[in-house]
Ligand binder design. Sequence first.
Ligand SMILES: Nc1nc2c(ncn2[C@@H]2O[C@H](COP(=O)(O)OP(=O)(O)O)[C@@H](O)[C@H]2O)c(=O)[nH]1
Ligand SMILES: [Mg+2]
Length: 207
Amino acid sequence: MDFNSSETLLEHPAEGPRAEDELPQTAAAAVKVVIVGGFGVGKTTLVGSVSEIRPLTTEETMTQAGVGVDDIVGVERKTSTTVAMDFGRISLNDELVLYLFGTPGQQRFWFLWNGLFDGALGAVVLIDTRRLEVSFDVIGRLEERGVPFVVAVNTFPDAPVHGIEELRTALDLPAEVPIIDCDARLRTSSRDVLMALMRYLHSLAAA
Ligand SMILES: Nc1nc2c(ncn2[C@@H]2O[C@H](COP(=O)(O)OP(=O)(O)O)[C@@H](O)[C@H]2O)c(=O)[nH]1
Ligand SMILES: [Mg+2]
């Protein structure tokens, strides 16, 4: 096997892990955050755009088995779906490191939620305004579990634009839950979402 041409860590065996894989020396706190939302809302995209380590993802080509089970109206071009989860890491500042776990919202994956939310400080609910209804169950389950969350509205080109308060009413969210617009493809935008979550968690802790 030709390791020189591969992209594995074995590429430079004497040098150890790549610099971006190492935590900053100053890192003092690590926080687990779950990214959740319906099918095709951009979870894998968000974790991928914001992660400073190469994100782990378990995408699988959708097969006939998913037809009629995964609702692809509005996302007809999507040919892969995450079967288990996404994983990434981002240092929000010198001291604070977030570990991101993206998990599918489809009902048949709910068994994954049990272990996944253990130790999670908060969650990001990604929504697509073309298919708001897929978010209802996800939000309901977070509320049941008492997991604090922010809602990030992913911007798809043909998605109807709603005012924040209109969305708040449609999703039946209390006034304090932050709702933020985002473009999951952009690192800065995804990072802003995570910053908003951290600010929200901080305000809850202070209250
Ligand atoms: N226009 C636009 N497309 C996006 C955005 N985020 C994700 N996508 C696309 O939407 C599709 C579904 O995204 P994906 O991250 O796989 O969704 P997931 O099922 O929640 O992991 C992909 O083809 C993405 O390229 C966004 O912010 N804007
Ligand atoms: Mg995905």
